[in-house]
Unconditional design. Structure first.
Lengths: 261, 263
């Protein structure tokens, strides 16, 4: 079992405090969040699907360890906003699901998106499809779905592995407008090569805040930024102390780095 | 409670678990929406609290399942807690199978050109399920063993490998689009890719062997990977880590508005 070191025991609660504090602040006053191009293109993609009269494919990825997990829930939060937009435009969205545990959660989230837009009767449970929980069988199924339905737009959010390119290139081949976002750093280059818009890094976790403008989520993003500033300052301080330690043969730098091991 | 049972106790525990699950499901479905959300929040909070305390509380050397390990008073319960998850996921697999059956039954009943795919699905699913169950029984016949091998090793694994190999062609087409010289960024990408690819192979290393050491292509490639690529990747990873912490906190503390806890 892994357990927290002294550094982790101090830093994680400190970062958590920043995030929770900013969430509370955001509930009382407006906070600014910069424009994220990939997310601004969502309406354009949905609009294009509406004009072409063809469906959209929204995929929430494979997940890291399977089951209901944060990465996939975040993807579902983004997809829920896309579904709300698609309901407004009366455009069909198909959601392939990889993990059976995510199936009821996905159904519930999509049903709620339809209800929030005042169109609960338009919800079709057949559009949320559990395909398989085998990696390449899932990739083949999604690629087949994109090709057969001639998807006008594909949204690939969540955690992906090698199958990312199979799905994204199939979308490219059918001429779909593609927006992707993944925390899997190894798959970002493939998405950049194949998709029209890619959100990278922590934009992935900022996406739902950007789309919903919901104070809790905006506050969380500002809290994350403060935490990142703290990390940056720690890195600069660490570089300075290690350099001083090396120049003066003092253990100050070693002691500092030891704190984070 | 968390130790494996045998004989009559095993049947008792199974029956007890089924009855308890049914009672729990009935209670949850009867609860008003608001109360159900509070139940969800409480279970989520307690589950998160358990793992957070187990991770953060000071540890000491102790015996866990007959082995010496570092831990605290909650550590012995980590494995039993983790064992609950497969039970939950087995319920979910049932949901997945029901979803597939509903979808493909409708398609077969409607009958059009695509319905043949649904027929193939039913045949494959039934055949593979039966073959696997029969093969797992004591002393399976040679026919069953062969059938299982043909379906799983011969068909399924080969199809997996086929899909995986297709990636090579997709990488080529994606790389062609990415490396077309259309802008400054694409040109930089192309130049970097050429250096990294040539630095990886002996011909590239041979081409620059007459240059000073610091201009050898494998040295430049290594510099790009460790001094440019790695820091950028780490910076992305730091942002993702903090983002993941924030989403986890919002869900754990019930601060997330939306599908899960609050409308």
């Amino acid at each position: 079992m892994e357990h927290a070191t002294l550094g982790v025991r101090i830093l994680v609660p400190l970062f958590s405090l920043c995030i929770v504090a900013m969430i509370l602040v955001a509930r009382k006053r407006d906070l600014f969040i910069r424009r994220i191009q990939g997310l601004s293109a969502i309406e354009e993609a949905v609009g294009r699907a509406t004009e072409m009269g063809r469906p959209m494919i929204c995929c929430t990825g494979l997940g890291v360890e399977g089951g209901v997990e944060i990465v996939t829930l975040q993807a579902l939060a983004i997809v829920s906003h896309i579904i709300r937009t698609s309901v407004r435009f009366a455009t069909r969205a198909i959601l392939p699901v990889y993990d059976p545990q995510m199936l009821p959660v996905t159904e519930e989230a999509v049903r709620e998106a339809y209800t929030l837009e005042g169109r609960p009767d338009s919800f079709n449970s057949e559009d949320i499809r559990f395909l398989t929980n085998r990696q390449f069988a899932f990739a083949a199924s999604v690629a087949g779905l994109i090709a057969r339905e001639k998807a006008a737009a594909t949204f690939l959010f969540g955690y992906y592995y090698a199958e990312a390119l199979i799905m994204a290139e199939t979308g490219q081949q059918v001429g779909a407008i593609q927006i992707a976002g993944t925390p899997a750093t190894t798959q970002i280059p493939f998405f950049i090569a194949s998709c029209d818009y890619v959100i990278i890094g922590d934009e992935y976790y900022a996406a739902s805040a950007y789309l919903s403008r919901e104070p809790t989520q905006l506050g969380s993003i500002v809290g994350q930024d403060i935490a990142k500033w703290l990390i940056l300052l720690t890195i600069i301080l660490g570089c300075a102390l290690v350099s001083i330690g090396a120049a003066t043969s003092s253990p100050i730098g070693a002691n500092f780095t030891q704190f984070f091991k | 409670m968390f130790t494996p049972q045998t004989g009559g106790a095993w049947y008792g525990y199974i029956a007890g678990a089924i009855v308890a699950s049914i009672v729990l499901i009935v209670i949850l479905t009867q609860l008003p929406q608001r109360a159900r959300k509070w139940v969800l929040f409480t279970v989520t909070f307690l589950g998160g609290l358990f793992y957070a305390l187990e991770f953060f509380l000071p540890t000491h050397e102790m015996m866990i399942e007959g082995n010496k390990a570092e831990g605290n008073f909650l550590t012995p319960f980590v494995v039993p807690m983790a064992n609950i998850l497969p039970a939950l996921s087995s319920f979910a697999v049932g949901l997945g199978v029901i979803n597939l059956f509903q979808l493909h039954t409708k398609r077969v009943l409607k009958w059009n050109l695509d319905s043949i795919n649904s027929v193939v699905f039913f045949v494959a699913m039934i055949l593979m399920t039966v073959a696997h169950i029969m093969a797992k029984r004591p002393h399976p016949s040679e026919f069953v063993t062969s059938l299982q091998k043909i379906l799983f090793d011969g068909a399924l694994q080969s199809l997996d490998a086929t899909m995986f190999s297709i990636i090579a062609f997709y990488i080529t087409s994606a790389a062609y689009r990415a490396f077309r010289v259309r802008s400054l960024e694409a040109t930089l990408l192309l130049a970097t890719a050429i250096i990294v690819m040539l630095g990886q192979i002996t011909i590239g290393q041979l081409l620059t062997s007459s240059l000073p050491d610091y201009l050898h292509i494998e040295v430049v490639r290594n510099w790009i990977l460790t001094k440019v690529n790695a820091p950028a990747t780490r910076a992305i990873a730091v942002g993702l880590g903090i983002g993941s912490l924030a989403v986890g906190l919002r869900i754990w503390l019930g601060l997330e508005r939306g599908s899960y806890f609050e409308n």
